[in-house]
Ligand binder design. Structure first.
Ligand code: SF4
Length: 82
């Protein structure tokens, strides 16, 4: 249906962007688990990042070297005793 639509070139682009948020949990000792395993974009079966498409061999322990997530803040979830 779109065959030939861009035969004479591309005249510009419409840019699409999005912002995502991922929550890496912190245990009772205050140790965060900042690893792909905690990220919903991690594809466990292929060990790849769904955002960068990179293969991440140690996603159970680390994030990928090109992980686009910036770490911004710690959210206190309370004392967890309830
Ligand atoms: S590299 Fe970053 S965005 Fe990609 S799966 Fe790992 S934590 Fe998620």
């Amino acid at each position: 249906m779109d065959e030939g639509r861009f035969d004479s070139g591309v005249y510009g682009y419409v840019v699409g962007r999005c912002e995502i948020t991922v929550y890496f949990p912190i245990d009772k000792r205050g140790e965060p688990d900042i690893s792909c395993k905690q990220c919903p974009y991690y594809r466990m079966q292929s060990r790849t990042c769904g955002l960068t498409e990179d293969v991440i061999p140690y996603g159970e322990r680390f994030v990928g070297p090109k992980c686009p997530l910036r770490r911004e803040e710690v959210i206190d979830a309370g004392d967890g005793d309830q």
